[in-house]
Design a protein around this ligand. Structure first.
Ligand SMILES: O=C(O)C(=O)C[C@@H](O)[C@H](O)CO
Length: 333
């Protein structure tokens, strides 16, 4: 019997999964992430959060720390504001390159056994300046999720993985299933701030869209792509003041605007090589997946097959992907 702990730390949250022979025994999460290190200037809150979440998972499955064979960490946990800084590996990077980049470190404040950190991946751009900084991009965490999606769906690239979140990530996969580059937007963070901290909070009751209204979604995207995101955002207020559209309709208009702006990035960014016929694979929260699939389907630019990853498939992407990388490293018998 093999017991593995996977730790997935993002900007705001940490998720810990305890595995026994590829089955999930326990899954725990806490609202601690690398943002806490950035704010406090030290790692104490992050170390405590990760340690407590591991202990919770062990307790809920009644497994002793001594029984753990392997601990794997992925995500922002390996960044300069994480637990241990590990440089990104350079694209193109697939399972083998990620496996080679893994590093084991014992952090007694977190766990008694060593943690194997999976590195992030970054684009290769030399001598970065104003002229070429748009071509540069990086990820920490999405690389293992990508490996899990490829494995579970039996995908062979080329493909473009669309991963909306606090930072929306578009990840380019080649015919050897390696990550050849990515591009990131602040879509999720923008959506949060616009909905909660601008004048639109009143027009939206500080809430996101709860169900899809396709007409409003498409209208928002069209508007953002024509007259810009800032102007389209203001029109949410106009719709509130002068029309009969309801709160969820207006929230769909804003969602369409933000995702529409993301699609401009996907089509035009120099950080990735999007071709109209490239198959597109969409992951993420249910409403985001649905919205993106509608927008891509209705955009004449895209002619490749669109696959929406099911909630079941994406339930434990980070942990599954981290285990795949560790297997490629030879850490799992
Ligand atoms: O690699 C880094 O240092 C990042 O800031 C990447 C960040 O966007 C994560 O991928 C979010 O999940």
């Amino acid at each position: 019997m093999t017991h593995i702990i996977t730790i997935d730390t993002g900007t705001t949250n940490t998720r810990v999964t305890l595995w026994q022979d590829h089955q999930v025994l326990a899954h725990e999460a806490c609202e601690v992430g690398v943002r806490d290190t950035a704010i406090t200037g030290n790692r104490e809150k992050l170390q405590n959060g990760v340690r407590n979440t591991i202990n919770k998972a062990l307790a809920s499955a009644q497994v002793d720390a001594e029984q753990i064979d392997l601990v794997i960490g992925s995500g922002m946990i390996s960044s300069n504001v994480g637990l241990f800084e590990l440089p990104h590996v350079l694209a193109p990077a697939g399972l083998q390159q990620l496996a080679r980049g893994m590093v084991s470190v014992t952090i007694p404040e977190v766990f008694s056994k060593p943690i194997w950190f999976v590195p992030g991946v970054r684009n290769v751009v030399e001598n970065i300046g104003l002229h070429n900084c748009e071509a540069m991009d990086m990820m920490r965490g999405e690389e293992v999720e990508v490996m899990s999606v490829i494995d579970q769906l039996g995908i062979t690239g080329p493909a473009m993985m669309v991963m909306p979140g606090s930072h929306s990530k578009f990840v380019c996969i080649d015919d050897k299933n390696r990550i050849t580059g990515c591009v990131t937007t602040l879509a999720g963070e923008l959506m949060y701030v616009i909905t909660h901290n601008t004048i639109l909070a009143q027009s939206l009751d500080s809430q996101f869209a709860t169900s899809i209204n396709q007409e409003m979604l498409l209208a928002g995207a069209q508007s953002a792509q024509t007259i810009g995101l800032g102007r389209t955002c203001f029109n949410v207020r106009t719709l509130d003041q002068f029309t009969i559209y309801e709160r969820n309709d207006r929230a769909n208009f804003l969602l369409g605007a933000i995702l529409g702006a993301d699609l401009l990035t996907l089509k035009n960014s120099t950080a990735i090589k999007m071709m109209p016929g490239t198959p597109v694979i969409v992951c993420g929260k249910p409403i985001m997946k649905e919205a993106l699939a509608i927008l891509i389907n209705n955009d004449d630019y895209f002619s490749g097959k669109i696959t929406v990853v099911s909630d079941e498939t994406q339930a434990h992407l980070a942990g599954q992907g981290a285990i795949l990388v560790a297997s490629a490293r030879g850490l799992i018998k």
